[in-house]
Design a protein around this ligand. Sequence first.
Ligand SMILES: [Zn+2]
Length: 193
Amino acid sequence: MTTVTVKAPGRLELVRQFVNTRDVEAGTDLLATAGELTAWLRSARLLGPDEVAEPRDVAKVVALREALRDALSANHDGGAIDPSAVQTMNSVARDAKMSISLTADSGWTHRATASGVSGAAGSLLELVIDAMAVDSWRRLKVCVNDTCRWAFYDHSRARSGKWCSMQICGNRSKQQAWREREGTVRRRSVRDS
Ligand SMILES: [Zn+2]
């Protein structure tokens, strides 16, 4: 939970907002039903006015969201993404019928060609791929506080940000460390006395 947002640049912000449709700490989820999923995807302009999400789409999109959350937690140390998260993202890419074309300037374009929710989920992956290509992806992270896991963009020069907000989770973590240290000292002094 946090009221502080650390926005990502450009369209990557949509990926951050997508991951944050679930507030881990508050236990709320903006994509809990097919109706809510339809509304969110339409507001993000990922779903046309005539397209609707079915109940079975909810599990698929939520799985993608949580796979992305796992991938973002790997961005702290550049470690490997959890294999099941990779599998989920690749399965979304397959369903979205991602098409890739090389361009004359040695670049490429890619596009999710499937319609409906499969295409919408693929469009979110497109934003991830674009961010990976320009290295802004590594700055998109989730808070290391396990009860928070809010997605934030790390604007710090050293790319060393750990928390969604220094004021909220950063302080909490410090207080926790302090309490643990104090507790250890106290326990030690009891044991030693
Ligand atoms: Zn946090």
